[in-house]
Design a protein around this ligand. Sequence first.
Ligand SMILES: Nc1ncnc2c1ncn2[C@@H]1O[C@H](COP(=O)(O)OP(=O)(O)O)[C@@H](O)[C@H]1O
Ligand SMILES: [Mg+2]
Ligand SMILES: [Zn+2]
Length: 250
Amino acid sequence: MTEIRNEHCPIHGGYNSRRNRETGKWARCWGCVDAEIKELEAMERQQAQAAEGEKLLARMIEESGMEGRMLLSSFENYTAAKQAQANVLAACRAFAESAELDGGKNIWLIGPPGTGKTHLGSAMVGHFIRARGIPAAIYSAREIVRMLRASWDRKYDPEVETESQVIDRLGEIGLLVLDEVGVGFRSDAERIQLLDVIDRRYKLGRPTVVLSNLRADDVKEVLGVRAFDRLRDGAEMHICNWESHRKGAQ
Ligand SMILES: Nc1ncnc2c1ncn2[C@@H]1O[C@H](COP(=O)(O)OP(=O)(O)O)[C@@H](O)[C@H]1O
Ligand SMILES: [Mg+2]
Ligand SMILES: [Zn+2]
């Protein structure tokens, strides 16, 4: 009793359509139905991939060491009132856009507080993560020491990275910004831990950014000669000696 009739699909040509006994409707072209299913599946795959990408991005941001206003600091919202600021901004942007993961290039920003060093460091981290999809992080020297110390002091806490996990992560991450280099280390042990990180990056040629309120000579004193030399090698130096933004903005 099944009713069948011949139909013509402009895309797939002739086909036999069956009439559904309950609904009374004639079946559509199988080729068309099939194509719609495939399209839906592709859309779902795309959505799943986008969601996966979002998750990855959120995770990279979470593990970037950025917090508060650092998350809002970009090249776009860095105002360059002076030519020297425009030059440093351009250098940081170029570095973030082109530094290769094995290129052995570093960049230093030296100057007094409030000159936007942390802002530009955060912008470089943000660019690596958002535009290049490469993990990057910014930590003050003191924070790194604290992370390493947490792993020395821990009883057993799976949430806390071990010392060698910290060294591996920071030693290998795509871009590492060392902020507030020069705030004193309390022991040679702490200095040696940081040297392990710097040494690993140096061997891999990973780009590293050094931000400091100290003059280069004093950074050498604080970091020790070996860490200093590795960070200086292949580095461009920029002096930020304009007026503090905190003071300048009213
Ligand atoms: N040229 C600038 N344009 C916009 N904001 C700036 C600029 N320089 C500094 N800031 C802002 O001023 C504050 C202090 O800057 P920061 O980057 O912490 O300075 P530093 O690390 O050199 O002490 C931050 O909120 C930063 O976003
Ligand atoms: Mg700072
Ligand atoms: Zn069809």
